[in-house]
Design a protein around this ligand. Sequence first.
Ligand SMILES: Cc1cc2nc3c(=O)[nH]c(=O)nc-3n(C[C@H](O)[C@H](O)[C@H](O)COP(=O)(O)OP(=O)(O)OC[C@H]3O[C@@H](n4cnc5c(N)ncnc54)[C@H](O)[C@@H]3O)c2cc1C
Length: 301
Amino acid sequence: MVAPLARPYAWTVDGRQTIEPREVVIEKIVRETADAVTLVFRGGGAPPFYRAGQFLTIDPRQFPQLEGMLRYFEGTKGRREPPRAYSMSSAPHEARLAVTVKVEPFDPGRAPFPPILSPLLVHGLFPGQRLEVVGFTGPYTLPDDVESRTDHVVHVCAGSGIVPNFSILKDALHRGLNLRHTLLYGNKTYDDIIFRAELERLERAHPGRLRVIHSLSREDRAERHGPAYRQGRIGRHLLEAVLEDRRRALVFACGPGITPYERRAARAKGLEPAPRFLETVLGHLQELKVEKNRIHNESYG
Ligand SMILES: Cc1cc2nc3c(=O)[nH]c(=O)nc-3n(C[C@H](O)[C@H](O)[C@H](O)COP(=O)(O)OP(=O)(O)OC[C@H]3O[C@@H](n4cnc5c(N)ncnc54)[C@H](O)[C@@H]3O)c2cc1C
């Protein structure tokens, strides 16, 4: 049985109320990488109405197989487990609503609890299964007047942080917006790249509109995969190279950021939490003097 959900927030798109629970059926599960899948949904009443870059939420308490785990964790953590957010990997013009989920890794040296929902979404669901999602919301979207603000959007993503940017890219290219896109996408290895083939296809279909640069931090010879691949993390030099028009470009950065738990744990020791991908990128952008109002970011921390 699907548990009733509280309506967490109200957000309107073009004056329409879009936050509502909807029951969807998993039509297809696409394995993107060893630890990431795309869940393609059908159903859910009225056609989904969202903006590229927005997210929906999934409440873990609707899954009976998580019941014991949730009770245990809620007792231990002393708080109710909230719904988790997932960006749409589909774009508004596409017939099906889809999200893409990557398993949150568990590193006992860094985190006190294993992740709850993402392992189930990636490894434990099946086509035909019903679930409740609540959507849609989120400010990580292209501004309506984007074409008057820039002609170059620089996307800076790591891991599952590609998901909203993939939707934004598909949407902007489909709508024929007068924009050029550069995507810097960081992963550990070639096999961790989500949407690799689709990104190549988009690049071929829109010559001069999209350039993808993959940064691989744990590959010895990343260049052997082709000219779009480079070794290492996304650093200041790479950002500087693609932001030749940094006074005019708009940046959309998404990926792992400092979690509230890390922040609290560090502060309890009188320390500042160590920056993760997002804080590092934002730091470089600040050094490069990209104005704050030209940077949109979404933290998956
Ligand atoms: C706007 C937004 C959009 C997102 N979109 C996507 C997406 O498209 N795809 C995607 O894969 N993910 C996305 N995420 C991340 C997603 O919402 C989940 O955070 C992720 O799937 C992990 O959830 P989980 O239940 O598996 O792990 P959780 O159970 O939430 O655990 C996550 C981490 O937090 C630690 N932790 C949990 N509770 C505590 C505590 N009380 N004290 C200390 N540490 C704790 C755990 O040890 C673990 O390391 C998005 C997040 C946001 C905010």
